[in-house]
Design a protein around this ligand. Structure first.
Ligand SMILES: Nc1ncnc2c1ncn2[C@@H]1O[C@H](COP(=O)(O)OP(=O)(O)OP(=O)(O)O)[C@@H](O)[C@H]1O
Length: 244
């Protein structure tokens, strides 16, 4: 589904992403995990061309992302960021309708899809005319996801999507959202530095350090057969949560 080959990005001579190669299967949830500044966000943002790489290639569904106009590409790739990433002057209904309108969906179909998403994401119908400032953090996160899923994109990118929530709400919201059939059928690339979140959500984890991929595998593979001390130490940091 997603194939990344020898991807690199420098900022002023500093290698933020250094010769990264990996692939993500259709329907898989791949978690990019690693210390702050190791290049996770830069990697994610190269997938939807918010950042242009210096070298390497990215293919999504066999098509080189650089062969497509960026706006067109982004309509097929959902993007969820911390705190929902909502425009303050868009109501919930307007936020969810953004991409469907660009794709010329009729008002009836948009309304139907919006109500379906509200129901799935357990958002009150009464929130449709509210602005982000009138929602809780958890609700903003759900609206951000509803917006990203609106046109049923085959790929959704998530950058620390639960980062703005308190630990309790965070666990609750992520379990609920990742329990949705709709999301489990979508190819997801999720960035986090939270080991327990990675273990809980990932089909596979790609552990990065200093712009490079250190190890990729299922959570069990990384836990049982860490490639080196860095992987072992990184995952062992919270042993009580991992194995509980
Ligand atoms: N636009 C930019 N200009 C200059 N340097 C940048 C830019 N974007 C990222 N960097 C640098 O590239 C490195 C990787 O950043 P990136 O945001 O990808 O890391 P990250 O792993 O997502 O970190 P975090 O978990 O803290 O968000 C960092 O050293 C960062 O300071």
């Amino acid at each position: 589904m997603i194939n990344i080959q020898h991807l690199s990005k420098q900022f002023g001579g500093f290698k933020a992403v250094d010769d990264l190669s990996l692939s993500v299967d259709a329907g898989e949830t791949l978690v990019l995990l690693g210390t702050s500044g190791c290049g996770k966000t830069t990697t994610l943002r190269m997938l939807n061309r918010l950042v242009e790489p210096d070298g390497g290639t990215i293919h999504i569904d066999g098509i080189d992302v650089r062969e497509q106009p960026a706006p067109e590409l982004r309509r097929r790739i959902g993007y969820v960021i911390q705190d929902g990433g909502l425009f303050p002057h868009y109501t919930v209904a307007e936020a969810i309708a953004t991409v469907p309108r660009l794709l010329n969906w009729t008002p009836d179909i948009i309304d139907q899809r919006t109500r379906e998403l509200l129901d799935k994401l357990q958002l009150p119908v009464g929130s449709l005319n509210r602005y982000p400032s009138e929602l809780s953090g958890g609700q903003r996160q759900r609206v951000g996801l509803a917006r990203a899923l609106a046109v049923r994109p085959p790929v959704v990118l998530m950058d620390e999507p639960f980062g703005a929530l308190d630990p309790f709400t965070r666990r609750h919201v992520r379990r609920e959202l990742f329990g949705l059939t709709e999301l489990s059928e979508t190819t997801v690339v999720l960035v986090t530095h939270d080991v327990s979140e990675a273990i809980e959500l990932a089909d596979r984890i790609a552990l990065m350090d200093k712009g490079r991929l250190v190890q990729i595998g299922t959570p069990d593979e990384l836990l049982q057969r860490p490639a080196n001390d860095f992987v072992r130490d990184f995952l062992d940091d919270k042993p009580h949560r991992l194995r509980g």
